[in-house]
Design a protein around this ligand. Structure first.
Ligand SMILES: Cc1cc2nc3c(=O)[nH]c(=O)nc-3n(C[C@H](O)[C@H](O)[C@H](O)COP(=O)(O)OP(=O)(O)OC[C@H]3O[C@@H](n4cnc5c(N)ncnc54)[C@H](O)[C@@H]3O)c2cc1C
Length: 356
């Protein structure tokens, strides 16, 4: 089967690009190996915000008296909070399914791989292989939780963001390693739900990529809410053999201290999914584990583009999309974008301008 465009991966980079390309008249297919909507809708932005909303409601109730309202005996049902979040994610994924249909985009379930001659090979869950051709291909395979050698994830006691948002039982205590957006959002959520949270951050400030002023405000607020914070500290090892994890941490004084916790969340970043998608077969250039693209998200192979977490540049997703659409169909859509790290207080980031 031939298409004008095949998109591999249906996260926000992939599915939004596919919809717009279809609206602009291209015949489009999306290849997805797991759930439509990608990490963002299923395991990232959306389900975390649902969890955080529950945490915020719980916090409001705790402070209801400040607003002149008396609430007796408020309890959070952790299982129900997680179930709600999974339901919200599921609804969003079904929404993408609807949008694919509405925009006449073919959804091909399976693992996609680029092949020479602008071909995409798709391996279905039962191992059946099919090959499709396209004038353009967009790689949008996203990323996964990054693993450090001394912080191996077993998925039960030491885990990444996927497990952290779907735990069968609320941990009484949690060490969060890394205080980027993912780390602080989970730290806020679990602390608000009543878990004893310790953040371990390698850098001098939490949310290290944000302005120092922002970091200081968040630090103040987190400390006030009872979160322990260790900056300029590194996790050396985790012993999971006992009932509690023993986390050995080198603190800012260079001393080795042990923090015990029921679980450890590794939130030390992401690793782009560039393996086994055919990059080597067709000679697409990567650098430090990410696909290299130009200002218009073109790889070095004509007709093959890449977008989202697999690419090397760090731009707002909607800005990336706008540039890519410009290349595909010279569309000059104006899309305004902002990012928010949802904690209390929120950390909003708004670009000063959106250059094209
Ligand atoms: C906990 C968490 C919270 C986040 N919160 C926010 C937020 O609030 N705001 C924000 O802007 N960003 C947030 N992010 C980041 C955001 O989720 C990512 O930047 C975004 O999902 C990247 O989109 P993408 O399209 O590149 O890939 P993804 O969303 O990762 O989607 C990639 C898709 O490709 C599929 N795939 C991979 N390989 C193949 C293959 N070979 N064949 C077929 N399919 C394949 C995957 O199954 C997946 O569905 C968060 C991330 C996490 C983990």
């Amino acid at each position: 089967m031939n298409y004008d465009l095949i998109v591999i991966g249906s996260g926000p980079g992939g599915y939004v690009g596919a919809i717009r390309a279809s609206q602009l008249g291209l015949k489009v297919a999306v290849v997805e190996k797991e759930s439509l909507g990608g990490v963002c809708l299923n395991w990232g932005c959306i389900p975390t915000k649902a969890l955080l909303k529950s945490a915020q409601v719980f916090e409001y109730i705790h402070h209801a008296a400040d607003y002149g309202i008396t609430v007796n005996d408020a309890k959070a049902d952790f299982g129900a909070v997680v179930t709600r979040s999974r339901g919200v994610a599921d609804g969003m994924s079904k929404g993408v399914q609807f949008l694919m249909k509405k925009n006449k985009i073919d959804v091909i379930m399976g693992t996609g791989k680029v092949k020479p001659g602008k071909k995409v090979e798709v391996t279905a869950a039962d191992g059946t292989k099919s090959t499709y051709e396209a004038a353009h291909i967009i790689l949008a395979t996203g990323a996964r939780s990054r693993e450090l050698p001394n912080l191996k994830q077993d998925g039960k006691k030491v885990f990444g963001y996927r497990e952290a948002m779907n735990l069968p039982k609320q941990p009484a205590s949690l060490v969060v390693v890394g205080s980027g957006a993912i780390g602080v959002e989970f730290a806020y959520f679990y602390n608000a739900m009543g878990t004893k949270v310790t953040i371990v951050e390698f850098m001098p400030n939490i949310v290290p990529v944000e302005d120092e002023e922002v970091s200081k405000q968040l630090l103040k607020s987190f400390k006030k809410s009872g979160i322990e914070i260790m900056t300029e500290s590194t996790v050396e090892s985790v012993d999971t053999s006992g009932a509690l994890c023993k986390v050995s941490i080198k603190n800012k004084k260079g001393e080795l201290v042990t923090v015990e916790a029921e679980a450890v969340l590794s939130a030390v970043g992401i690793t782009p999914n560039i393996e086994n998608i055919g990059l080597e077969d067709v000679g697409i250039i990567t650098d430090k584990g990410r696909v290299v693209v130009n200002d218009y998200y073109q790889t070095n192979m004509p007709g093959v583009y890449a977008i989202g977490d697999i690419v090397k540049v760090r731009h707002w997703p909607m800005l990336r999309l706008r540039k890519l659409l410009f290349v595909l169909k010279k569309s000059q859509d104006t899309i305004l974008s902002h990012l928010i790290t949802t904690t209390f207080p929120d950390v909003p980031i708004v670009p000063l301008r959106l250059p094209l």
